[in-house]
Design a protein around this ligand. Structure first.
Ligand code: AMP
Length: 118
């Protein structure tokens, strides 16, 4: 079964795409948690960080380059932003196609909310 994000990458489900190349696709989160909330996903469906292989090194590095450029494009680079990659149940991962959240546009508060280990 293709993941939701594979369908977005393939253009089978609509999304507001802000960047696309041969390695990654970036689109606006449907339920934004900040004024800017973009998801950067590898076109290749890697389920979680646990499934990353050495062959993915170039694509994963490229995701940071794209995040840098999108932060500038969205006007949030100077004030700052947060990059988040959730993994599995404790990480709160909902979509099992690895993705990087680029969030910003306002102060984001403490790194982890509601935890008892902070
Ligand atoms: P995560 O909890 O890290 O797996 O994040 C999944 C993210 O995907 C959430 O922030 C959702 O709001 C977002 N999301 C779910 N469905 C869509 C969609 N169709 N288009 C854009 N973003 C989505």
């Amino acid at each position: 079964m293709p993941t939701l994000f594979e369908k977005i990458v393939a253009g089978e489900i609509p999304a507001t795409i802000v960047f696309r190349d041969d390695q990654v696709t970036a689109f606006r989160d449907i339920n934004p948690k900040a004024p800017v909330h973009v998801l950067i996903v590898p076109n290749k469906p890697i389920p979680t960080v646990n499934d990353v292989s050495d062959d993915d090194e170039r694509t994963l590095g490229h995701m940071f380059i794209v995040a840098r450029d999108l932060a500038k494009q969205e006007g949030i680079a100077e004030n700052g932003f947060r990059l988040i990659v959730n993994c599995n149940k404790h990480g709160g991962q909902e979509v099992y196609h690895l993705h990087m959240h680029l969030v910003g546009g306002a102060p984001l508060g403490p790194m982890l909310a509601g935890g008892k280990h902070g």
